[in-house]
Design a protein around this ligand. Sequence first.
Ligand SMILES: C[S@@+](CC[C@H](N)C(=O)[O-])C[C@H]1O[C@@H](n2cnc3c(N)ncnc32)[C@H](O)[C@@H]1O
Length: 256
Amino acid sequence: MPPSFDQVVTTLRSAGCVFAEDEAALILSTARTPAELTAMVDRRADGLPLEHVLGWAEFSGLRIAVDPGVFVPRRRTEFLVRQALALSRPTPVVVDLCCGSGAVGVALAAALPGAELHAADIDPAAVRCAVRNVGGVGTVHEGDLFGPLPPVLRGRVGLLAANVPYVPTDEVGLLPPEARVHEPLVALDGGGDGLDILRRVGAEAPDWLAPGGSLLVETSERQADRAVEAFTNAGLTARLAVSEDLHAHVVIGTRR
Ligand SMILES: C[S@@+](CC[C@H](N)C(=O)[O-])C[C@H]1O[C@@H](n2cnc3c(N)ncnc32)[C@H](O)[C@@H]1O
């Protein structure tokens, strides 16, 4: 007998899941067999992130495949997508750097028919996952930041989205176990003050952006001033956009 809805809720609640009813409904609607249902409930009760248990996350109204060991796209990052779309001109070249599952690039491409999408990540597991999501709508590259992008994109990128890792190294150990244990360090650790990768992306971005093209990077409230300064130092016109609802801070740098 597969567990009932109430039994799943009870198991999840005893394991500390705050939204046990919602999670139970999602697990029950995703499991294809009773054995799979039992295994999914056990994995969630063991602390695996819900999205890794389900194999997908909802992002910008889309269902994004998320493999084990790949960063789970956060709802707050939908704000970065919305900011990018507010800037976009028709059919731009779009790059999703540090793409993880590819959620940001896929959401941008879905809203910008005809856009040319390139996504890139250094982690082979993320690249495999992004290939599943980006599929026919774009190309996924593996390597360090801009390194694997086709050189022909230099000076042509209209939207450059980069949700880089931005947790300061000393604070990675303070993250909840779902992130600390189940997401790779390379997806979280942004170096001493958390801005190492953001600075590298900002410094190289002007070579890749088209005139008037923009770089968008998520950061934290505490890091925002230094992030704006890094973009300004790189020669970009920089500003901060904030969503109080989503607790999201996005630095936007535009090539003059
Ligand atoms: C915070 S996650 C964001 C993933 C995805 N953009 C999202 O919003 O769901 C950061 C990603 O950056 C990738 N990454 C870290 N350092 C990188 C580097 N030097 N070059 C390319 N990708 C990198 C990680 O593998 C990880 O997938």
